[in-house]
Design a protein around this ligand. Structure first.
Ligand SMILES: [Zn+2]
Length: 311
């Protein structure tokens, strides 16, 4: 089965350890990615210590690392900037790698940087991390952090024009609703869960799930134990609960995967690394989900979304 995950932080891990993907000791390594046909968004995470002056430097360094990774493993991995690229990679037996930036700080306040990042292969921007930046406010700022700034609106409009994915994970609620009204294209929550099952501020309310789904968006279910269960005692079954819940509230076209592997410390029992991601198929089958729906959750929905937004 084709597996497509919307968010992992493996580049950050490789950067910190100066390791390559083959020897990576985290949640994701090359052998895991070769476990079957698939695609993956690799996030360039802008660390807070680089805000205010070095955010773009760090983003560029990690984008270079992404391209080096593709060169080092060209027989196994292929760059994808469109749904057509994903299809081609698959037909060549290679794993499709897409590039994302997590944190609008990387733009350093300029639309020109957004366009340059696009030219470097970036196809998705998570507008904020947890705090306020030039675009909007993250969920740690609370609703009083306010919604999209004027620059944030310009960024969303320019992303629509370029064919880039606007990612609302990490945004506070006013920012979320602003993005939904400004964006012409459907938007993604790349790694967020259902607040009704786990009341973490990073998770989405039923109203948010419905609105995002109604607009044609997708939600990647996050494996971070603290976002899955309030007590942090999460198992793969609890992750399947979030998938089922998203389907119930938003419909079968909105649920997807956004594991956050290599960006989280506590993982659910049964989903300890990327190699186990396909075990979700069996869990969802046991719950009586139809094969066609499981295929959508595991990758089909993200692929359809990319076809629509990336062109
Ligand atoms: Zn994140």
């Amino acid at each position: 089965m084709f597996v497509f995950d919307a968010h992992i932080d493996t580049l950050l891990r490789l950067l910190g350890k100066r390791a390559n993907l083959q020897e990576a000791q985290g949640h994701v390594n090359l052998a895991h990615l070769q476990g079957g046909p698939g695609a993956q968004f690799f996030a360039v995470f802008v660390e807070p210590r680089y805000y205010h002056g070095l955010a773009m430097h760090q983003a560029v360094e990690m984008i270079d690392l992404f391209w080096k990774m593709l060169e080092d493993h060209r027989e196994a991995l292929a760059f994808a900037g469109s749904a057509e690229d994903i299809r081609r990679a698959r037909s060549e037996g290679r794993f499709a790698c897409l590039l994302a930036i997590e944190g609008g700080e990387a733009l350093e306040g300029k639309l020109s940087s957004l366009r340059m990042f696009y030219r470097l292969g970036v196809r998705l921007l998570t507008l904020t991390w947890n705090f306020r930046n030039e675009l909007a406010a993250g969920q740690m700022e609370g609703p009083e952090g306010g919604g999209l700034s004027r620059f944030g609106r310009e960024v969303v409009e320019e992303m629509n024009r370029l064919g880039m994915i606007v990612d609302v994970s990490h945004l506070n609620e006013p920012g979320f609703w602003d993005v939904l009204s400004v964006s012409r294209d459907p938007v993604m929550a790349s790694h967020s869960n259902a607040k009704a099952l786990c009341p973490h501020p990073r998770n989405l309310t039923d109203e948010q799930i419905r609105a995002l789904a109604d607009k044609g968006g997708v939600i990647g279910v996050n494996f971070c134990a603290a976002f899955v269960r309030a007590d942090g005692q999460a198992t793969a079954e609890h992750v399947a609960d979030h998938i089922e819940y998203l389907i119930r509230v938003g419909g079968e076209d909105c649920a997807a995967l956004g594991s956050d592997f290599d960006g989280i410390d506590e993982v659910p029992v049964g989903l300890e690394d990327y190699g186990r991601i396909r075990t979700l198929v069996g869990l969802l089958e046991k719950r009586g989900l139809r094969e066609a729906v499981i295929e959508k959750v595991m990758g089909g929905n993200l692929l359809r979304f990319c076809r629509q937004v990336l062109g």
